[in-house]
Design a protein around this ligand. Structure first.
Ligand code: MN
Length: 162
């Protein structure tokens, strides 16, 4: 994965957002963060570490910690590692102008991964448990449109009373 698109959209002389991925201790878990971004439209940016960058999705509504609520999640450009610590104001006239605050942060475990589906176990302060990201074909947004939702806990295995 590359940060080409991320860098092309930003002028690092104007914004305090990081331009490169930061080094990370290998023993630390995979980064999970959701940033509340008050830009032209309020949205929540979900970011999951993968291969040295943060895979990113913009979610227009509050991410749910309850099964049964599905949220649209629009895939956006990869962000550099270290962006999970970014909070502050992106100046007027710059890409994503507005304020960014960390809404939830922690770690995640990858349970399943494919081009159209990811299952993760999130350990955050607000979101906890197993979540799925499923890519859907949408008329608007094309193949960048995904659904993000919490999975029901697996049923407790039946006790064998025989
Ligand atoms: Mn955003």
């Amino acid at each position: 994965m590359s940060l080409k698109e991320y860098r092309a959209k930003r002028r690092f002389t104007r914004t305090r957002e990081p331009s490169v991925s930061m080094e990370k201790k290998p023993e630390d878990g995979l980064v999970y963060v959701i940033q509340k971004h008050r830009a032209s439209h309020l949205h929540f940016d979900l970011r999951l570490e993968e291969a040295g960058v943060l895979k990113s999705w913009a979610i227009p509504k509050v991410p749910p910690n309850t099964p049964g609520i599905r949220r649209l999640a629009v895939r956006t450009e990869d962000h550099p590692l270290g962006y999970e610590r970014f909070e502050g104001t992106i100046p007027k006239g710059e890409y994503g102008a507005g304020t960014v605050e960390i809404w939830d942060r922690g770690e995640y475990r990858l349970l399943e991964s494919g081009p159209d589906r990811m299952t993760v176990e999130i350990s955050g302060r607000r979101l906890n448990g197993r979540f799925a990201l499923i890519r859907i074909k949408a008329r608007e947004g094309g193949d960048k449109t995904w659904l993000f939702f919490k999975l029901r806990e697996p049923a407790v295995a039946d006790r064998n009373d025989n």
